[in-house]
Design a binder for this molecule. Structure first.
Ligand SMILES: CC(C)(COP(=O)(O)OP(=O)(O)OC[C@H]1O[C@@H](n2cnc3c(N)ncnc32)[C@H](O)[C@@H]1OP(=O)(O)O)[C@@H](O)C(=O)NCCC(=O)NCCS
Length: 186
């Protein structure tokens, strides 16, 4: 069962709670995902492309909670979901020491340390699970995210050239980054 120990932190905007997303939050998650895909083009989806029903989202959350090597973390201020981080590990033995994750924070709350708390919660959880390698793909122009990952010791593993094609026709490179445990946050 992959559930993190809840953490509470006082921010200037209110109390931030970091804990595993619960199945009852499926609707909030879908609304949050749609909102952030309208707020930034650093994610892989265009607005409206996430076609999951509330039932499917609930099943996804339940799966993440049941899995030994998966986690779905929410950041909330008051009763409002302001950030999420989802980590999944492949189902095969030879890749079971690793996995990849994606995350997002509501634009209004960028630069208040919420992303930092989400990544830290994931790495702390992983210390108990034996996950050794964390991978991600990030838009090469997404300097805020790259700064956040570097702060936690993520290294550049490669460049995926022209990996994103925007509606405007513009191509973007994506960076493959990875972090190997143990934690050494600067
Ligand atoms: C990337 C994201 C998750 C970061 O969340 P956040 O809560 O803003 O992150 P934090 O506040 O913890 O950290 C942001 C860091 O970037 C730095 N930063 C801010 N603007 C920056 C810029 N233009 N260039 C470089 N660094 C920048 C901040 O100073 C901070 O670093 P610090 O902790 O050393 O001061 C959030 O901006 C987001 O959701 N973006 C859109 C979706 C996205 O990009 N998801 C990641 C896909 S891989």
């Amino acid at each position: 069962m992959a559930e993190i120990k809840p953490v509470k932190v006082q921010l200037s905007q209110g109390e931030l709670e970091i804990s595993s997303v619960k199945p009852g939050e499926a609707r909030d998650v879908l609304e949050f995902m749609e909102k952030v895909s309208r707020e930034t083009d650093y994610l892989i989806r265009e607005p409206g492309e996430l076609q999951m029903t509330e039932k499917e989202e609930k099943e996804y959350i339940e799966k993440q909670l049941k899995g030994e090597r998966s986690i779905f973390i929410g950041a909330r201020i008051g009763d409002k979901l302001v950030g999420t981080l989802g980590f999944t590990s492949p189902p095969f033995q030879r890749h079971s020491h690793r996995g990849s994750f994606g995350m997002a924070v509501s634009r209004r709350f960028w630069n208040y340390g919420i992303g930092t708390h989400l990544v830290r919660a994931m790495l702390n959880w992983a210390e108990e699970t034996g996950i050794e390698k964390f991978s991600l793909e990030v838009d090469a122009e997404n300097l805020r995210a790259i700064k956040l990952y570097r702060k936690f010791g993520f290294e550049l593993e490669g460049i995926l050239k022209k990996n994103k094609k925007m509606l405007s026709g513009e191509y973007r490179d994506e960076l493959l980054m990875a972090r190997f445990l143990k934690i050494t946050e600067e």
